[in-house]
Design a protein around this ligand. Structure first.
Ligand code: HEM
Ligand code: HEM
Length: 173
C-alpha cells in the first residue's frame, strides 16, 4: 500500500473512533445508556467498572505516548508505524476515558463529584485530539505549521493535571 493510502485509512479510522466516542458519550449524557454500577476487584483494590475503564485509558496514554519521540530519535525506520499506533491507540484510549468522564458528569445530584481537575483533563485531551488531527491531516498547512507546538504543549498539561486528578481521586488532596 502507498503511504498516501495508509494515511487515508488511518484518518478514516481516526474519525470513526471519534464519532463512536461522541455517540457513546451522547447516549450516556441522555441517560439512555449507563454501565451497571458493579464493583470490580483488581489486585486487591475495589472500584466501579467505569473507574477501571478510565484507569486503562489513562495508563495507556501516559505510558505509550513517550514511545513516539523515543522511536523518532533512536529507531527512525519504525517511526511511521509508531505514529499510526500513536494515533489509533490514543484515540481508543480517549474513547475509554470518555466513558469514565460521561459517567462522572452525569452522576445524581446527591453524589455529584467535585468538578475540577477532571474537566481540565478532558479539555486538554480534546485539544490533543484536535491538534493531532490537524497536524496529521495537514488541513490548512500554513496554519497547522504555526500551531505545531500546541500538540506537545497540551501533552504537558495532560501529564501535570493527571497527577493532581489521581491524587484527588484517591482522596489525598
Ligand atoms: C484523562 C483522564 C481522565 C479524565 C478526563 C477524567 C475526568 C473526570 C471528571 C470530569 C470527573 C468529575 C470531577 C472532576 O471534574 O474532577 C472525574 C472524577 C473522578 N475521577 Fe477521573 N478522569 C480521568 C482519569 C482518572 C483516573 C486515572 C482516575 C484514577 C484515580 C480517576 C478517578 C476519578 C475519581 C475517583 C473521580 C470522582 C471524584 C469525586 O467524587 O470527587 N480519573 N474524572
Ligand atoms: C490523546 C493523547 C495524545 C497525546 C498525549 C499525544 C502526545 C504527543 C507527543 C508528546 C508527541 C511528540 C511531540 C511532537 O512531535 O511534537 C506527539 C506527536 C504527534 N501526535 Fe500526538 N498525542 C495524542 C494524540 C494524538 C492524536 C489523536 C493524533 C492524531 C489524530 C496525534 C497525532 C500526532 C502527530 C501527527 C504527531 C507528530 C509526529 C511527527 O513528528 O511527525 N496525536 N503527540
Amino acid at each position: 500500500m502507498g503511504s498516501q493510502t495508509v494515511k487515508r485509512a488511518i484518518l478514516l479510522s481516526a474519525w470513526i473512533i471519534i464519532i463512536a466516542a461522541a455517540i457513546i458519550e451522547a447516549l450516556i449524557f441522555l441517560h439512555l445508556v449507563r454501565l451497571p454500577f458493579v464493583q470490580v476487584n483488581v489486585f486487591g483494590a475495589t472500584h466501579s467498572l467505569t473507574h477501571w475503564i478510565g484507569w486503562i485509558g489513562t495508563l495507556y496514554i501516559a505510558f505509550a505516548t513517550p514511545f513516539l519521540p523515543i522511536v523518532r530519535r533512536k529507531a527512525p525506520i519504525y517511526f511511521e508505524n509508531t505514529l499510526n499506533i500513536h494515533i489509533i491507540g490514543n484515540l481508543v484510549a480517549v474513547l475509554l476515558v470518555s466513558v469514565h468522564f460521561a459517567h462522572q458528569v452525569t452522576r445524581s445530584a446527591s453524589s455529584y463529584p467535585d468538578l475540577g481537575t477532571g474537566v481540565v483533563l478532558y479539555a486538554a485531551m480534546m485539544l490533543l485530539v484536535a491538534t493531532g488531527i490537524l497536524r496529521y491531516s495537514g488541513i490548512g498547512k500554513r496554519f497547522a505549521k504555526q500551531i505545531i507546538f500546541l500538540h506537545p504543549a497540551f501533552a504537558v498539561t495532560f501529564y501535570l493535571v493527571i497527577i493532581l486528578h489521581i491524587l484527588h481521586g484517591i482522596s489525598l488532596i
